[in-house]
Design a protein. Structure first.
Length: 261
């Protein structure tokens, strides 16, 4: 009898060791518990409604700083419509597989989950990229990483995917890069005594010329010069030469006053 117990113990130990070595060799983690659900509605860029058995659930995607539904009549931002469109193309009318983490529900009672498009064969970087919706939203730049207290199971993967999207200028990161570039490129000028801001070449910059960003000039209360017509938004304005070619001729400016502008 002791010999039989010893054989069983050795068999169990060998099985456990085999599983451990297999997981370590592949870099994969044990498969989590998943529950199948039918998608019945895409609510917004981070929220869906599903039917699991005889019960409906509103599910929020863990780690996805997407968008809530917009108030009626308000136009969504570009990234919101892109995010929702992507989710609809992936989810509507299909069965998904939900994975929970430590914190199961938000303050409104909605279920937090990782949404798998297909059952993973293993938990690895390759499978997460190919089959998890949360990860794909971050990879394509349709959403921004948002951490949820206690729900950190895939946080390292998600940080990597967002960094890739940022580096590649995908989705919302392309928009932000463009906005940032516009802001940096729009430089205007003020004088020591005047209350106006000007663009390069304006006659009122003859005595003093202080560079400043358009954003800062507007924040400090400077008004655009009515003579040189500097930009009024963060989109770079046409050069003075092209503006003169495409605009009616302006009357000759009055001589500058001693007080300056």
């Amino acid at each position: 009898m002791k010999r039989d117990l010893k054989k069983r113990w050795l068999a169990v130990t060998s099985a456990v060791l085999f599983i451990f070595l297999t997981v370590s060799a592949t870099g994969a983690s044990p498969l989590p518990a998943l529950s199948a659900a039918e998608v019945i509605e895409v609510i917004d860029g981070s929220t869906i409604r599903v039917r699991a058995g005889d019960r409906e659930e509103v599910v929020r995607l863990i780690g996805v700083g997407g968008t809530e539904a917009q108030p009626q009549g308000q136009q969504p931002e570009p990234r919101e419509s892109a995010s929702e469109s992507f989710i609809r193309s992936q989810l509507e009318g299909r069965t998904v597989y939900l994975e929970k983490d430590v914190q199961e529900r938000d303050e409104g009672g909605r279920l937090w989950a990782y949404v798998w498009l297909d059952r993973p064969g293993e938990i690895s970087d390759q499978e997460i990229r190919a089959k998890m919706l949360n990860a794909q939203l971050l990879l394509h730049g349709y959403a921004e990483l948002s951490t949820i207290p206690q729900n950190f199971r895939y946080i390292d993967f998600f940080r990597t995917y967002q960094a890739e999207a940022q580096k590649g200028g995908r989705g919302l990161w392309a928009l932000r890069s463009s906005d940032s570039q516009d802001t940096q490129d729009v430089t205007v000028y003020i004088t020591q005594t005047g209350k106006k801001y000007h663009q390069e070449g304006c006659r009122y910059l003859a005595r003093s010329k202080i560079p400043i960003s358009l954003r800062e000039a507007q924040a400090r209360g400077y008004e655009p010069c009515s003579v040189c017509n500097p930009p009024r938004s963060l989109t770079p304005a046409p050069s003075p030469a092209s503006s003169q070619e495409n605009s009616p001729a302006l009357p000759a400016p009055l001589p500058a006053r001693a007080s300056g502008r």
